[in-house]
Design a protein around this ligand. Structure first.
Ligand SMILES: *[C@@H]1O[C@H](CO)[C@@H](O)[C@H](O)[C@H]1NC(C)=O
Ligand SMILES: *[C@@H]1O[C@H](CO)[C@@H](O)[C@H](O)[C@H]1NC(C)=O
Ligand SMILES: *[C@@H]1O[C@H](CO)[C@@H](O)[C@H](O)[C@H]1NC(C)=O
Ligand SMILES: *[C@@H]1O[C@H](CO)[C@@H](O)[C@H](O)[C@H]1NC(C)=O
Length: 369
């Protein structure tokens, strides 16, 4: 569990010396709770072997521009949600996972705004246990290389500081039944996949803290992608809102009448022994994208010509990602999008390695949600 991971990190840091004094004060990201209006400048200012949080959590009209380093992400409605992606052009999720920023479909969250044409098809599913937004994206508009098969982001990570580090998520859809659009509640458990021009962001209902609900936002199945983590019927070119039944917890399936849980292995070929079932949905309403995404920003490709300059982060040194040895590029699951559905893309070929090396000391990282 998390304490094992943390103590492993602390032990390794003590051996390496240099990080010992900074790692002792780390609080896991999921243990930080703040009202949106009371967020500190940075939720994880201290950092560790991966460096420090690079952006900030206080996001307002001053920080709302295309070079924003806002790392507070809002997920409200089909026309008003954000995705994590790179601050610098032509990047990959593998490189940028530690320092990604919020890209929002609507202004008002102190972040970057998705350029026109970013979202190409979106299915917004409301269930009792979570809200899931899944679909098709022109990922080059939000700074990903055209061929990046992407990866998975969540508030855990091997050092429990999250990917991106210090990432906070809020929604006006919770507590369930909230009707004040300006009232944002913190979402503790969430997961995002993005890559191969597909995406999924799932926010688990923060009122439900039982293991089953948390299991629906599992972050340990990163290599099997959207099809397993976000089973859906999204269609490219269609924008719809539906009610839906919750999915089964990721990894859980019935074989010969027995409910079994598959756990993604730490190494070797990753092949799930079951095919995910798409939960039933109802009451679907479709929209024209032009009616939904009205906060138009000129596409970065057109605006930048030979490539936009990268804005330096305001603080921080975290270029942790692969350099800290905490992630690897997976060899499995890099499915390419066929265009037929969103289940085959964003295979999440990124994950925390079972073996991380700190100052030459290898240790196993137990990594559970
Ligand atoms: C806006 O956010 C920035 C960066 O987080 C912060 O420095 C500034 O104080 C904020 N401004 C207001 C008016 O809250
Ligand atoms: C994007 O990055 C790739 C790999 O580094 C490089 O080959 C390509 O030229 C870059 N594209 C642009 C538009 O900068
Ligand atoms: C709140 O958001 C919903 C969904 O986007 C919208 O229909 C409604 O008009 C909004 N209410 C107010 C008071 O802005
Ligand atoms: C979705 O549709 C757009 C517009 O036809 C297309 O350019 C894009 O490649 C499609 N995306 C995927 C993942 O097939």
């Amino acid at each position: 569990m998390s304490t094992v991971a943390l103590s492993a990190l602390l032990a390794a840091a003590a051996l390496s010396g240099a990080q010992a004094q900074t790692t002792t004060s780390i609080v896991p990201l999921v243990d930080h709770t703040y009202a949106y209006s009371n967020l500190p400048y940075q939720v994880e200012p201290t950092g560790d072997i991966r460096g420090n949080q690079e952006g900030y959590n206080i996001c307002n009209s001053t920080t709302e521009n295309q070079e924003s380093w806002c790392q507070t992400l809002v997920v409200n409605t089909i026309d008003d949600f954000c995705l994590w992606s790179s601050p610098t052009p032509n990047n990959t999720i593998g490189e940028s996972e530690a320092y990604e920023v919020a890209w929002c479909s609507k202004k008002g969250h102190g972040s970057r705004t998705m350029p026109e044409g970013t979202l190409q098809g979106v299915q917004y599913l409301v269930t009792s246990a979570y809200i899931m937004i899944v679909g098709f994206v022109d990922q080059t508009q939000i700074n990903l290389a055209p061929n990046d098969y992407g990866g998975e982001l969540d508030p855990h990570g091997a050092d429990l500081l999250g990917n991106p580090m210090g990432a906070m998520v809020y929604s006006n859809q919770y507590p369930t039944g909230n009707t004040n659009n300006n009232s944002l509640s913190q979402v503790i458990e969430w997961t995002q996949f993005i890559g191969s021009d597909t995406f999924c962001i799932k926010i688990c209902n923060p009122d439900q803290t039982d293991a089953n609900n948390v299991g629906l936002c599992q972050n340990i199945y990163d290599e099997v992608g959207i099809g397993y983590n976000c089973p859906n019927a999204a269609k490219n070119g269609t924008f719809e809102v539906c009610d839906a039944e919750p999915m089964s917890p990721v990894g859980q399936y019935v074989s010969n009448g027995v409910t079994t849980t598959w756990v993604q292995p730490w190494s070797g070929v990753v092949s799930a022994p079951y095919t995910p079932t798409i939960p039933s949905s109802s009451n679907c309403r479709t929209f024209a994208s032009s009616a939904l995404y009205t906060d138009i920003v000129v596409p970065t490709n057109a605006a930048s010509g030979s490539g936009a300059s990268a804005t330096p982060a305001p603080t921080g040194t975290g270029r942790g990602g692969s350099s800290a040895g905490a992630t690897r590029t997976g060899s499995a699951g890099g499915a390419s999008a066929t265009g037929a559905d969103a289940n085959t893309g964003a295979a999440g070929a990124l994950r925390v390695s079972a073996l991380a090396t700190v100052a030459g000391v290898a240790f196993a990282v137990m990594f559970m949600a």
